[in-house]
Design a protein around this ligand. Structure first.
Ligand SMILES: Cc1cc2nc3c(=O)[nH]c(=O)nc-3n(C[C@H](O)[C@H](O)[C@H](O)COP(=O)(O)OP(=O)(O)OC[C@H]3O[C@@H](n4cnc5c(N)ncnc54)[C@H](O)[C@@H]3O)c2cc1C
Length: 448
């Protein structure tokens, strides 16, 4: 199902908010995730436009999953029974300029929220590589950007409104509910339907983005900390070939003391003289402005522009989080696999993320480096590579991105997530019969 058909489907369900069989309408196309690598196990899609409708639907159904913007690569969002979409609940509910918070309906995307916030003189602390994703879905999977002082996107959440399995509304806040809140924010869709999220905001800021080409791996090895701390958010793109990082993207705030002063050379890399795509062969038209042109935070923090296809389009993705102190060792371990990964790889990205207190975050209580793989859409080949990569990264207790492809076994996930037993208890409290559980959750979270 392409994006236009999906939008039309949503429009149709808003007009008639009843459960619909979509197949006939959509010309026999099945409902798929954004990348098209996963055909969902049902095309039964219900849309709610209010909290009361969500409550009624949840009470009525014995099994359901909330579908966000479908940007996960694995079956975390899949359902055999039925989907609930909150797409029309995409309004800003309140902005509290004194407390510096914004409360949003859970159907909104970063792409919708950010220009609004900027217009009011405010900003979020960070963004992922793309603005197209829903805020509720991103927070539920611990989606992140980069920056050694920047926590993942879920760390901005300060309150949640959730409809639990019995249809009741639970309000949780960081201030009041402390550990329960820390357990609920990266909820993997297991606790209930998030209907509202409150996010911390800060005064709006402007940024510049510079890209350098061909950073020698030896420089990265010796100066990893200096390179990563050169900007507010730094991303390294590599195909692991020729002992080099192909592109270094440095995003810095323009304020005095924060600005990055671009020199023609940076640790042996050369300043790019044109905008680049992370996959150098692809057009940079889809990418945010580079070459030091100042612009608003929400048009520099993501790599990809709203209204354009992010990344490559037809692709698979995997990503592993390694404690920051093992960053260089883990990167070198991946570099040694260059000949194995290269035939299946489009590009890798290396980012840093600050530690947080969210139970199911891969960065729980530890600063991390995330090593990401954008793969060609060849699952038979990629599925053979993932266990090999995971074996190499196992000595560092690598944690997989919850929304990307991985083969790490449930027992290992339980070993490396110390708060897993507490999360299981918390979920069972809100959803005793497993109304919101699917194959992914049953296997990875509830099987042990
Ligand atoms: C091109 C591309 C680039 C990406 N870049 C990044 C990146 O830079 N950094 C990164 O970390 N990730 C990245 N991702 C992954 C992506 O951010 C995550 O997979 C994110 O979860 C997508 O949000 P979604 O709304 O599309 O989620 P969906 O796939 O729709 O849902 C994800 C999970 O959230 C749950 N959920 C969604 N909404 C609700 C709700 N209202 N209440 C309860 N549960 C809910 C779903 O049930 C499911 O369990 C990228 C993905 C793509 C396709």
């Amino acid at each position: 199902m392409n994006k236009r058909t999906f939008i039309k489907l949503f429009a149709a369900t808003v007009a008639s908010p009843s459960v619909m069989r979509m197949l006939a309408w959509a010309g026999q196309e099945r409902l798929k995730n954004w990348a098209g690598n996963l055909e969902y196990n049902t095309d039964r899609l219900h849309t709610s436009i209010s909290l009361e409708q969500v409550q009624d639907y949840v009470k009525k159904e014995s099994k359901l999953k909330v579908l966000g913007t479908r940007h996960c690569f694995n079956n975390i969002a899949d359902s055999k029974d039925g989907f609930l979409s909150l797409k029309p609940m995409d309004k800003v509910v309140a902005i509290d300029t004194a407390k510096r918070t914004v409360t949003i309906g859970a159907g909104i995307t970063y792409g919708q929220l950010c220009p609004y916030l900027d217009g009011k003189g405010f900003a979020l602390h960070n963004l992922a590589s793309l603005p197209h994703i829903s805020i509720a879905g991103a927070c539920s999977t611990a989606t992140h950007g980069s920056g050694q002082k920047n926590g993942n996107l879920a760390t901005a959440a300060s309150a949640l409104e959730i409809v639990t399995a019995d249809g009741k509304v639970v309000n949780l806040s960081r201030e009041r509910d402390d550990e329960t809140f820390n357990g609920a924010v990266v909820g993997l869709g297991a606790l209930g339907v998030i209907t509202k999220v409150t996010l911390d905001i800060q005064p709006s800021f402007r940024m510049r983005q510079y890209v350098y080409e061909n950073l020698p791996l030896s420089e990265l090895k010796d100066h990893f900390d200096a390179i990563e701390s050169s900007g507010y958010s730094v991303s390294l793109f590599t195909d692991w070939q020729k002992q080099r990082i192909n592109e270094v993207w440095i995003k810095s705030r323009v304020e005095e003391g924060e600005a990055f002063h671009a020199t023609p050379e940076f640790f042996g890399a050369k300043l790019a003289t044109r905008n680049l795509h992370p996959v150098v062969a692809l057009s940079a038209e889809n990418c945010t402005e580079q070459m030091g042109v100042p612009g608003p935070w929400y048009e520099r923090l993501p790599h990809f522009r709203m209204g354009f296809t992010p990344s490559a389009g037809k692709e698979l993705q995997s990503e592993y989080f390694v404690p920051r102190q093992h960053a260089v060792e883990a990167i070198l371990a991946m570099e040694r696999m260059r000949d194995q990964v290269s035939p299946s790889l489009l590009i890798s990205e290396i980012r840093t993320i600050a530690a947080d207190n969210l139970w199911m975050s891969p960065c729980y209580k530890q600063d991390c480096v995330a090593i990401h793989f954008t793969w060609k859409p060849d699952w038979p080949a990629v599925s053979k590579l993932l266990p090999v990569i995971e074996k190499e990264l196992a000595p560092f207790n690598a944690r997989p991105h919850w929304g990307k492809l991985f083969t790490i076994l449930p027992a290992e996930l339980h070993r490396i997530y110390k708060k897993m037993p507490d999360f299981v208890e918390l979920s069972k409290g809100y959803d005793p019969q497993g109304k919101f559980r699917n194959e992914y959750l049953n296997k990875n979270i509830f099987s042990i």
